[in-house]
Design a protein around this ligand. Structure first.
Ligand SMILES: C[S@@+](CC[C@H](N)C(=O)[O-])C[C@H]1O[C@@H](n2cnc3c(N)ncnc32)[C@H](O)[C@@H]1O
Length: 271
């Protein structure tokens, strides 16, 4: 019998990742698949390999934290971001925007492209992740064709250059807008005064208790009238209990100080 409790402690000690906040069944399954794939026979052997072999360690963290992402992921949500959210947050000031669990940066670069197109100037475009290696990729800004699949061709023309290997390098004019930082949502302090926070396709891996704790932190980090966006499979069942109101799909808003009202419910585009 594999000792998962001991593995949790060993992972915390060697990688600083708190596995107890993640859904156990899902994590066990993934780790066991990793052992099979690398012909490791026990959790102890995995830890020994992680300690000894830096490449194995980096690949394991990347695998464990699941970095799947792409530009304009979930177009329905990005339509509302473009039509409703960015104009609202850019109306009075230069907005502070945070992509938490940003992975390769495709999400924050998509926001940067929309802001550039609308001539909105960001106060801050912050992208954070627990995985340093994936943030290095984000900063490099070179993407596989699969990452930009389905993106509007005009954005590709304006903001990307083809590399000799057939990948796509995002332009300096977009890259320079974004600040990248390592941040563990489970243990690091949260910055505040954000007008928009995106934490998409990250919650699904956490236990429901952890999800609640993180949503509470995010709401505290939002300015009044600020927006909070989760993944389409991560809808918040009782937004009111966190002081949020639903705007559309998986998009929520913190009411104005002392007020209840939000932007009118944003529906699908009719164009
Ligand atoms: C599936 S990706 C989501 C990327 C992007 N938000 C999107 O929706 O396309 C999940 C990201 O969450 C990050 N992550 C997992 N646990 C985290 C934690 N405790 N703190 C910060 N980021 C975490 C992973 O490293 C990974 O890059």
């Amino acid at each position: 019998m594999r000792d998962y409790a001991k593995l949790q402690k060993d992972i915390q000690r060697t990688l600083g990742i708190d596995l107890s906040a993640y859904k156990e069944q899902q994590m066990r399954r993934r780790i066991n698949q990793w052992l099979d794939r690398h012909r490791l026979t026990s959790y102890d052997e995995l830890i020994q390999t992680i300690v000894r072999d830096q490449t194995h360690r980096e690949k394991f963290v990347e695998y464990l934290t699941i970095n799947t992402s792409s530009f304009f992921r979930d177009k329905r949500v990005f339509d509302v971001i473009e039509d409703t959210v960015l104009p609202a947050v850019s109306r009075q000031r230069r907005p502070r925007i945070w992509s938490a669990g940003a992975s390769i940066g495709a999400e924050i670069y998509s926001i940067a492209i929309l802001m550039k197109e609308a001539r909105f100037t960001p106060g801050l475009l912050l992208a954070t992740d627990i995985d340093e290696a994936v943030l290095e990729k984000a900063k490099a800004g070179v993407f596989l064709p699969s990452h930009i699949n389905g993106m509007d061709a005009k954005y590709l023309d304006r903001y990307f250059a083809r590399t000799p290997e057939g990948n796509w390098a995002v332009s300096e004019s977009i890259k320079s807008l974004v600040t990248f930082r390592t941040h563990d949502l489970l243990k690091d302090p949260y910055e505040s005064h954000f007008d928009l926070i995106l934490c998409r396709n990250v919650f699904i891996y956490f236990t429901s208790e952890t999800q609640k704790r993180l949503i509470t932190n995010f709401v505290q980090s939002l300015n009044p009238s600020g927006y909070f966006i989760v993944g389409s499979a991560e809808q918040i069942m009782d937004p009111g209990s966190f002081g949020l109101q639903r705007v559309s799909y998986c998009i929520y808003q913190k009411p104005e100080k002392g007020g209840q009202s939000c932007e009118k419910e944003a529906g699908p585009r009719h164009r």
